[in-house]
Design a protein around this ligand. Structure first.
Ligand SMILES: [Zn+2]
Length: 219
């Protein structure tokens, strides 16, 4: 059961078509598995639809995502020839997110190898906006990260396994919203590890849940 949800501000902004493509990606992925947030989004969409019915200047959320996906389709077709690593299929990747990954549900050689057995894949957001960032992370079981804080908001969606920190346990479907007020020590699930999507905006240091890892992996 999902315990950690997106907040109303993020959902409202998404429903109004005002979210960046990286935040849209994490919201679209989360509401695939979360009926509570899905209902909240459609509630805001209904309100927004009534208010904005006549406006031609407002781009809808669906159009925004379509544009992103159409741009990334070309990219993914170039990557499709890459080898799937054996026994490495993911079970819970939402379709909207699969479309942005090489071979969708599978860990492939496109995923880069980081320190401590971590693997990661950067989703290309730069063709849409160079300040948007989205990274998939696969963290080995029991990996403990140093205590750390954050400089700006980052969203982390758990896709497989989970992690825990001072704020609680985060399992499949849960979203961690980290900002400058949070200091914590996350540990990946001892049996399954953690596969997650992390998004942030701007040219800032990674300081989120898996910030130390992201910084070390920075190219
Ligand atoms: Zn939710």
């Amino acid at each position: 059961m999902i315990k950690h949800h997106l907040n109303p501000e993020i959902l409202m902004s998404y429903a109004a078509g005002n979210s960046s493509s990286s935040v849209s990606l994490i919201v679209a992925s989360h509401i695939t598995v979360c009926s509570k947030c899905r209902k909240e989004v459609s509630f805001y969409e209904d309100i927004g639809g009534k208010v904005l019915e006549e406006s031609l200047s407002v781009e809808t959320k669906a159009e925004t995502l379509d544009i992103i996906l159409s741009k990334l389709d070309g990219l993914n077709s170039e990557l499709i020839t890459n080898t799937i690593i054996e026994n490495s299929s993911f079970k819970n990747i939402p379709v909207v997110l699969q479309k942005m990954l090489p071979e969708g549900n599978s860990l492939t050689e496109n995923w880069k190898k980081g320190i401590g057995g971590i693997k990661y894949f950067d989703i290309d957001m730069e063709s849409v906006n160079k300040d948007l960032h989205a990274r998939m992370l696969s963290i080995p079981p029991g990996k403990k990260l140093p205590n750390h804080g954050h400089e700006a908001q980052e969203l982390t969606l758990v896709l497989e396994g989970g992690f825990s920190d001072e704020n609680g346990n985060y399992n499949v479907g849960d979203v961690a919203i980290e900002d400058e007020n949070n200091i914590h020590t996350p540990i990946a699930d001892s049996e399954e590890g953690c596969v997650c999507l992390v998004v942030y905006e701007g040219n800032l240091k990674f300081k989120g849940v898996f910030g130390p890892i992201l910084n070390l992996l920075k190219i």
